[in-house]
Design a protein around this ligand. Structure first.
Ligand code: SF4
Length: 138
């Protein structure tokens, strides 16, 4: 056990979550969604497009990698009546809402709960599950 595991958190009893695929987190305010090379290759294969076309159409350079472009209304460019790449969505989307930025304080978490109807429903993610997601993404 590491120090992280031994500390007490507001999610010690775990958090239930099941994505309802409502799209609320993929629309509205713009944000950075990191996509790495391997994820870009998976998306290209899934969409049956060349990698270069996926990069040019859907992504822009950000830091050492890429982020997903947004449409004029702020929605993710892959979101059209639902996520077009759901089975191969990037790790950042896959691990929502268990992001450090969301879990760093209970006040922040309460805000996220009000924005995501999937929180509080479905599978129970234990404290260990949640810490594992956080550690993998550090
Ligand atoms: S807001 Fe929550 S329930 Fe809706 S798509 Fe995003 S993660 Fe899923």
């Amino acid at each position: 056990m590491t120090g992280l595991d031994q500390r007490s958190y507001f999610f010690d009893e775990g958090i239930r979550f099941k994505c309802r695929r409502c799209g609320d987190c993929c629309t509205g305010d713009p944000g950075i969604v990191r996509v790495n090379e391997s994820e870009i290759a998976d998306i290209a294969e899934y969409l049956n497009m060349p990698v270069s076309a996926v990069v040019e159409t859907f992504l822009y350079s950000w830091g050492n990698g890429h982020s997903i472009k947004e449409a004029g209304d702020g929605r993710c460019l892959f979101f059209e009546d639902g996520c077009r790449i759901y089975p191969v969505r990037p790790n950042q989307c896959r691990t929502f809402p268990f992001w450090f930025a969301n879990l760093r304080s209970e006040a922040r978490w309460i805000k996220i709960c009000s924005q995501c109807p999937g929180i509080g429903t479905g599978h129970l993610f234990t404290k260990a599950d949640i810490l594992n997601v956080l550690k993998k993404n550090m």
